[in-house]
Design a protein. Structure first.
Length: 488
C-alpha cells in the first residue's frame, strides 16, 4: 500500500516528475559508460515519467484541473484533456523504447548511441512540456527544443549516415519554420495584450493582431504534429531515420503537439475567436484526413504508411475539435490515442521488415511482429473491439449530434481507407509465402518483450473501450468548459 501522504504528494508533483525524469535520464545516458547502461537508465527514467503523469492525471480526475508552478509567473496547467493524453503517450513511448531501444543499439555505432538516447529523452520531455503549457512562450520554447532533440536523434542513426543526415536536416527545416511561426505569433499576442499567458487577459478586449498571433502559434503546433500535408519532415524521418526516431515522432512529438494545438484552440474560443476557429479546423482537419488516407494507400514503406495513417486519423481529430462540443473534444482525445497506438503498432512491425513487399509470410518468421502489424491494421481500420472502433463511433455520434454529417462521412472514409491498406497488410503477413532469403526472428531480447507488451496493451485497450470513452468524455468536458482564469 502507498502511504496517503506519498500518494497526495505524487498527485501534486506528478507533473514535475513527468518532466524532470526524462531530463535526468538524458544526463544519465550521457554519463553512462556504455550504451546498454544508457538504455537501462532511459527506460527507468521513462517509467518514472509515466508514473508521474499518471499520478497527475489521477489528481485531476479526483480534484479537478490544477496548475503546477515552474517559477514566478510561469505555470503548467493540467486538466483531464492534457493530463490523460500526455500520460497515455508517455506510456506508449516507454513501450516504444522497449521494442526500439535494443534494436537502436544494434544498428547504431556505440559512440553516438548514448547521445541519441539522450536526445530522444529530451524530445519526450519537451513534447510533454508543450502539451501541458499554459504560457505561449513556454510552448514555443518546448516546440523548438523538441525539434532540435529529434534532429539530433535522427542524425545519430548509424544504418545509413547520408540518409539519416538528410532526415535530420528536414526535421530542422520544418521545426525552424514552426519556430518562426510560433515566435511571430507570440510577438503579436504579447504586443496586442501585454501578456504571454492567455489566462491573464481573459475578459479584456483583445485585438485582431493578438488573435492572429494565436492562430500562428496553432499552425506551428500543427506543423510539428504530423498534420498532412505539412508532414513532409515526418515522411523523411520515418523513411530514413532509425526505429527509435519513429517511436519518438509517433508516440510523443506528433500527438503531444496536437494536444498543445487543442489547448490553443481552447484559448482562441475563450478569447473570442468565434466561427473562424471552426472553419480553420475544418480546412486543416479535412485536408489531413483525405491527403493522409491517400498517401497511406500508395505507400510502399511500412513506417511511412504508419505516419500517413496517423495524419489521416488525427485529421479526423481536428474535425472533431471543430464541433466545439464536449463530445467532439472527447472524440478528438480518443482519435489521438487510437491513431498513436495504431501507428506505433505498425512501426513496431516495421522494425523487422520496413518494406511492404518484404512482409510476405511474416507470421511464420516473426510472429510477434506480425501480431503487432495485424493489431495496428485493425485499430486503423476501426475494426470492432478495438480502440479505433470506439474512437470512430464517438466521432460519428458527436458529428451527427451537431448536424455536421460531412465530418461523419470523412471519418468513415478514413476507416474505409484503413480497411484497404490494412487488408493488404494482413493478406501479406498471413496468406503469402515467405521469400526464400527472408531471415527468421532473432533471439528473445528487449525488442521481443516490448512487442509482446505493446500487443497486450493494444488488446486491453480494445476490451476497455467503454471506460476509455468515459475518460475521454471527462477530457472533452475539461477542454471545452474549463475556464482559463484558474489561478496558478
Amino acid at each position: 500500500m502507498i502511504p496517503a501522504e506519498l500518494f497526495f504528494w505524487a498527485q501534486q508533483h506528478g507533473v514535475g516528475v513527468a518532466l524532470s525524469a526524462p531530463l535526468a535520464g538524458a544526463l544519465a545516458c550521457l554519463l553512462a559508460p556504455g550504451p546498454r547502461l544508457a538504455l537501462t537508465a532511459a527506460l527507468m527514467a521513462l517509467a518514472a515519467s509515466f508514473a508521474g503523469a499518471c499520478f497527475a492525471a489521477m489528481g485531476v480526475l479526483a480534484s479537478g484541473p490544477s496548475a503546477y508552478m515552474l517559477s514566478e509567473g510561469l505555470a503548467l496547467r493540467v486538466d483531464a484533456w492534457s493530463g490523460l493524453v500526455t500520460a497515455a503517450m508517455l506510456g506508449l513511448a516507454t513501450l516504444g523504447f522497449l521494442f526500439g531501444g535494443s534494436a537502436y543499439l544494434r544498428e547504431t555505432d556505440p559512440g553516438p548511441a548514448r547521445y541519441g538516447l539522450a536526445a530522444a529523452l529530451g524530445a519526450l520531455a519537451a513534447a510533454a512540456a508543450a502539451s501541458l503549457n499554459a504560457n505561449l512562450a513556454l510552448g514555443v520554447v518546448a516546440l523548438q527544443l523538441a525539434g532540435l532533440c529529434l534532429a539530433a536523434l535522427a542524425a545519430a542513426a548509424g544504418a545509413n549516415r547520408a540518409q539519416a543526415l538528410n532526415a535530420a536536416l528536414r526535421v530542422l527545416m520544418a521545426f525552424g519554420v514552426a519556430g518562426v511561426l510560433g515566435w511571430f505569433g507570440l510577438g503579436l499576442f504579447v504586443v496586442g495584450t501585454g501578456a504571454a499567458d492567455p489566462a491573464a487577459i481573459l475578459g479584456a478586449p483583445i485585438s485582431g493582431s493578438a488573435l492572429s498571433g494565436l492562430w500562428l502559434v496553432f499552425l506551428a503546433f500543427c506543423l510539428a504534429g504530423l498534420i498532412a500535408p505539412l508532414s513532409h519532415w515526418g515522411s523523411s524521418l520515418l523513411g530514413h531515420g532509425s526505429g527509435l526516431a519513429a517511436v519518438v515522432a509517433l508516440a510523443a512529438i506528433g500527438p503531444l503537439m496536437l494536444v498543445a494545438a487543442g489547448r490553443v484552440v481552447n484559448a482562441l474560443l475563450d478569447l473570442g475567436g468565434g466561427p473562424p476557429v471552426g472553419l480553420g479546423l475544418v480546412v486543416l482537419g479535412g485536408a489531413s484526413a483525405l491527403v493522409g488516407a491517400f498517401q497511406a494507400l500508395v505507400a510502399r514503406d511500412l513506417r511511412r504508411l504508419a505516419g500517413y495513417a496517423f495524419a489521416a486519423q488525427t485529421g479526423c481529430a481536428l474535425l472533431c475539435l471543430a464541433l466545439v462540443t464536449p463530445a467532439g473534444a472527447a472524440a478528438a482525445a480518443l482519435k489521438i490515442v487510437a491513431a498513436t497506438l495504431g501507428a506505433l503498432l505498425l512501426a513496431a512491425a516495421a522494425s523487422r521488415e520496413p518494406d511492404l513487399s518484404r512482409l510476405d509470410g511474416l507470421a511464420r518468421r516473426a510472429p510477434l511482429a506480425a501480431l503487432c502489424a495485424a493489431l495496428g491494421a485493425f485499430v486503423l481500420m476501426s475494426a470492432p473491439f478495438t480502440i479505433g472502433y470506439s474512437a470512430s463511433w464517438v466521432a460519428v455520434e458527436a458529428a451527427l449530434a451537431r448536424g455536421w454529417w460531412p465530418v461523419a462521412v470523412v471519418t468513415v472514409m478514413v476507416s474505409l481507407a484503413g480497411v484497404v491498406f490494412g487488408g493488404g497488410i494482413l493478406e501479406r503477413i498471413y496468406f503469402r509465402a515467405a521469400p526464400v532469403d527472408a531471415p527468421m526472428a532473432p533471439r528473445i531480447d528487449l525488442s521481443a518483450l516490448g512487442l509482446a507488451l505493446l500487443a497486450l496493451v493494444a488488446g486491453l485497450a480494445g476490451l476497455a473501450g467503454g471506460p476509455l470513452a468515459d475518460l475521454a468524455a471527462k477530457a472533452g468536458q475539461a477542454l471545452i468548459l474549463w475556464p482559463l482564469e484558474i489561478a496558478p
